[in-house]
Design a protein around this ligand. Structure first.
Ligand code: PLP
Length: 381
């Protein structure tokens, strides 16, 4: 089985696992225990992890708050900012192609009185910066735009968006879950006020992540997520997941090396894959050709049901469609719908996401099998 679903999750790296293991049994201290060495050791490990995470995104260690992952980070930031700034206004700007974690939080806040603008994207998956500027009002408290899309890999113009937000005195948060560890992210350069990331997308463990909250002027007020012992500057109380955080830290330390792998060897493989499959009649690329993660290819195979194609290949290759299964029906991907407004295209789209260990043989075999199966499905139709 060749795994080409790395945007969904990644395998823990051996070095990450090695770094974590002592903290599961030998170094089992509570990082909040101040009275003995077992606690200090855990606290030291947390400190190193915080430094490694902040180094990867050019933040300061005291700007990192640990979470259980990006869904939690997104909930914390959007709800927490909305709650604190409701006197200034109730307007949030986001994008139709955001992850459900962002969209569902916004829908929830609408029931509490929020006014949310969902920016549209063009057929390449990009927002129009002029439309963003026009959407800002005196009541806008937050702009939330993801760094890179999980389905298409499309990278938004984050630096420009950050600039627009800053000029208009609006906070800017980005869900950088898919970007971190794949492309360089610099919170200072990109004018980012808040950011979320998740360890399991960058060869770390599941159930741990972090948010970055800028601490330089102006100080951002966010309502705490969990009240309790005052951990994590009072934002998120609860005993820290030391082994998980150590794993996240190690994964971030390896991030720069991985970014180089992704933007050289893996990018070449992705280009090879595209060259091969985009020549197939009826196959087209979803997303901007250039502004895209080096790992992600999302294609539409006109006239072919993506689920049927995936089922035909799933003994040999793990790939994904953007469709969401509810108990009642399979819903078309909201991302592809936002780009093309075409249900057939959405039901015919598949995502191939390469990992740092994907090799040329995998890609050659995948292209071959994909072509064979498209021909086979089309011959039946
Ligand atoms: N945001 C994006 C862009 C994602 O791809 C994901 C994971 O699929 C999430 C948020 C949620 O992350 P987590 O699994 O850490 O809750």
């Amino acid at each position: 089985m060749i795994y080409l679903d790395n945007n969904s999750t990644t395998q823990i790296d051996d070095d990450v696992l090695k770094a974590m293991q002592p903290y599961l049994n030998q170094l089992y201290g509570n990082a909040a225990s101040r009275t003995h060495k077992i606690g200090w050791d855990a606290n030291d490990a947390i400190k190193i992890a915080r430094e490694r995470i902040s180094d990867l995104i050019n933040a300061r260690p005291d700007e990192i708050i640990f979470t259980s992952g990006s869904t939690e980070g997104i909930n914390f930031i959007i709800k927490g900012v909305y709650d604190q700034y409701s006197e200034k206004g109730n307007h949030i700007i986001t994008v139709k192609t955001e992850h459900k974690a962002v969209l569902d939080v916004c829908t929830y806040l609408e029931t509490k009185g929020a006014d949310v603008t969902y920016l549209k994207v063009d057929k390449y998956g990009l927002i129009d910066l002029e439309e963003l500027k026009k959407a800002i009002t005196a009541k806008t408290v937050l702009i939330s735009v993801m760094y890179a899309n999980n389905e298409t890999g499309v990278i938004q113009e984050i630096k420009e968006i950050g600039n627009i937000a800053r000029k208009n005195n609006v906070f800017f948060m980005t869900d950088a879950t898919q970007a971190i560890g794949k492309i360089p992210v610099d919170v200072v350069e990109d004018n980012i006020d808040m950011l979320t990331l998740s360890a399991h997308k960058l060869y770390g463990p599941k159930g741990v992540g972090a948010v970055y909250i800028k601490r330089q002027f102006p100080k951002i007020k966010i309502t705490p997520l969990l009240h309790g012992g005052g951990h994590e500057k009072g934002y998120r109380s609860g005993t820290l997941n030391v082994a998980g955080i150590v794993g996240l830290g190690k994964a971030c330390e390896m991030g720069s090396k991985n970014i180089s792998i992704f933007n050289n060897g893996i990018l070449n493989l992705r280009n090879e894959l595209e060259k091969s499959i985009l020549t197939i009649d009826s196959v087209s690329l979803n997303g901007d050709e250039q502004k895209r993660l080096p790992t992600t290819v999302n294609i539409c195979v006109d006239g072919v049901d993506a689920e049927a194609l995936i089922i035909k290949m799933r003994d040999k290759f793990a790939i994904a469609s953007g469709s969401a299964c509810t108990s009642a029906e399979v819903l078309p991907s909201h991302v592809i719908m936002a780009m093309h407004d075409n249900k057939e295209k959405a039901y015919s789209s598949i995502r191939i996401s390469l990992g740092k260990n994907t090799n040329g043989v995998d890609i050659t075999n995948f292209s071959k099998l994909l072509k064979e199966n498209i021909v086979s499905i089309k011959s039946i139709i």
